[in-house]
Design a protein around this ligand. Structure first.
Ligand SMILES: [Zn+2]
Length: 209
């Protein structure tokens, strides 16, 4: 079974307040006699389900084209948290949810919101949780929240801790229909140079077909 855990990108898809919404312009239109339909896209790479690049919060940091590709494919675990807002600590998870986890996808109330609704509250990470996951050998943390840090954070301790641990993150995953458990994750960023992030088509594949 394949679970699509990607938000649909539409002009109405909610983006970070002040960020550019997704926009489609028509360069050629078959209805108007053109031989093809041709569109031009404009979007923040943080629209919908996406991978942050280190360049997003690091001077001279990696663009999506240079992020460690292997982190975005492989064994992953979905774990639900009941916390609706504030930082998540290891205590928000059953110990079995963290033991030996290579990629952790955290499911919260935000997955239940429609694509066009920005969450007024959302859980995010803590440096303590990131370091605990790094100690387990975890290489990726995915959230359904729009940020791994608090909405009003400016020093971005969790983004920086992820980079310092050599990990990567996904944001705005859509995990509503996915039961907790172990899967294979495939969520590759586009090979974009000079960008601060990339949309991903994120899917989870059941381990037992
Ligand atoms: Zn982001």
């Amino acid at each position: 079974m394949l679970y699509d855990i990607t938000r649909t990108v539409r002009p109405t898809t909610a983006v970070w307040p002040g960020d550019a919404p997704y926009r489609v312009d028509t360069a050629a239109d078959m209805e108007a006699g053109s031989s093809v339909n041709l569109t031009t896209l404009s979007l923040s790479p943080h629209t919908g389900t996406h991978a942050d690049a280190y360049f997003h919060y690091t001077r001279g940091g990696a663009s999506p084209s240079d992020m460690p590709l292997s982190a975005y494919i492989g064994p992953a675990r979905v774990a639900t948290v009941s916390r609706r807002d504030g930082p998540l600590s290891p205590d928000d998870f059953a110990p079995s949810a963290l033991a030996g986890v290579q990629r952790l996808l955290i499911k919260s109330h935000v997955s239940g919101l429609p694509d066009d609704q920005w969450p007024s509250e959302f859980p995010y990470l803590s440096v303590m949780l990131i370091n605990a996951l790094a100690a387990h050998g975890c290489v990726l943390i995915g959230l359904d929240s729009p940020s791994v840090d608090a909405f009003d954070s400016t020093d971005l301790p969790c983004h920086n801790a992820i980079r310092d641990a050599g990990m990567v993150n996904l944001e705005l995953c859509q995990l509503r229909d996915v039961p907790d458990g172990d899967y294979e994750l495939i969520a590759l960023p586009l090979k974009l140079d000079a960008a601060c992030g990339s949309p991903v088509r994120a899917v989870l594949r059941s381990l037992r077909e």
